[in-house]
Design a protein around this ligand. Structure first.
Ligand SMILES: [Zn+2]
Ligand SMILES: [Zn+2]
Length: 335
């Protein structure tokens, strides 16, 4: 088969990501072989390709927002048949036995492994996935629409649940990119009042189009106190800003993997009255299943921009340069 391979981590222009020939992978006993139909392009793929993340598997094939069909089954797999449509996401394996896994927090498993980093992902004609970590996909959504939901969507959803928004509550979203605009759609469908605080004028327009009650600059004070806030922008300076916007007992959830340093907090105005700050780490499979069901029910959709899979390098260059709005999705043209 043909697959993209990170031959030498570095800038995409330098040619370290190459379209190569690899054998079609053999699924392990507990895995599915998946023929890739579409694969979303996530910023983490760029970090893998350019070497911002350490190499976990030399020559890895990136891609962890994979929509495909089952093309083969490991000897020990039940419950799937050839032809089933499945999704493959970032969380690839956990040990299932540590204290975190046992208490339902597999997102914290120290032995977790990730698609497109520890194992070959979806920038290829075929990939594999442990059957227990494959998602069954709702029929209502097409391949391209569903791909960005598998990372950006699931993470935004976990951040929303971590923010503990009460029913009908007032939610502030700081930053409004791919993950936030999907999260907003779920919150609105569940009856929240959503206030968006972000730098970009285009993002503010999109927020209002989707039904946000207000959209202002990131450092502005929202028009009413917030029950919950989610920080999507990787900007630590916004932590005290968001905390001051919270009502008594409010929760701030920080969605990103990276955050610049948080300035000193003022206890009385930013933390007292039982305000809380929480981080978000990866996701559990339960988050993924719940989010995909809600996405289908409420018609959650990402703005997408498609590229043929044979031009994955171009998609990554355009992502880095900010040349498109919404999420890039690679459509398999290699078969
Ligand atoms: Zn991702
Ligand atoms: Zn574990």
């Amino acid at each position: 088969m043909r697959a993209w391979s990170v031959v030498m981590p570095g800038a995409v222009e330098d040619g370290g990501l190459r379209l190569v020939r690899k054998p079609v992978p053999e699924p392990a006993d507990d895995e599915l072989l998946v023929r890739v139909r579409a694969c979303g392009v996530c910023r983490t793929d760029l970090h893998v390709v350019e070497g911002d993340l350490p190499v976990h598997r030399p020559g890895v094939t990136p891609g962890h927002e994979v929509v495909g069909v089952v093309a083969g089954l490991g000897a020990g797999v039940g419950g799937f048949t050839v032809g089933d449509r499945v999704g493959v996401a970032w969380l690839r394996r956990t040990d299932g036995t540590c204290a975190y896994c046992v208490r339902g927090a597999e997102n914290l498993c120290p032995a977790s492994r990730y698609t497109g980093w520890d194992a070959d992902g979806g920038y290829a004609q075929y990939t594999t996935v442990p059957a227990a970590y494959a998602y069954r996909l709702p029929g209502a959504l097409d391949d391209v629409s569903i791909a960005p939901l598998l990372c950006a969507g699931i993470i935004g959803f976990r951040a929303l649940r971590r923010a503990a928004l009460p029913p009908g509550g007032r939610l502030g979203l700081y930053g409004f990119g791919g993950s936030a605009h999907l999260c907003a759609q779920v919150a609105l469908a569940e009856g929240a009042t959503v206030h968006v605080l972000t730098r970009g004028a285009a993002a503010r327009r999109l927020a209002l189009d989707l039904g946000a009650a207000s959209a202002q600059d990131a450092y502005a004070l929202p028009p009413e106190p917030l029950d919950s806030a989610i920080l999507f922008a990787p900007v630590g300076d916004l932590v005290p800003v968001a905390l001051r916007a919270l009502d008594r007992g409010g929760v701030l959830s920080i969605a990103g993997i990276h955050l610049s340093d948080v300035p000193p907090l003022h206890y009385e105005t930013e933390l007292f009255y039982e305000k809380e700050v929480r981080s978000v780490t990866s996701n559990t499979r339960a988050d993924g299943r719940e989010f995909l069901a809600l996405a289908a029910e409420h018609g959650v959709h990402a703005t997408t921009h498609t590229y043929p899979l044979s031009r994955a390098d171009e998609a990554l260059r355009d992502l880095r340069a900010g040349r498109f709005d919404g999420a890039a999705v690679l459509v398999n043209d290699l078969d």
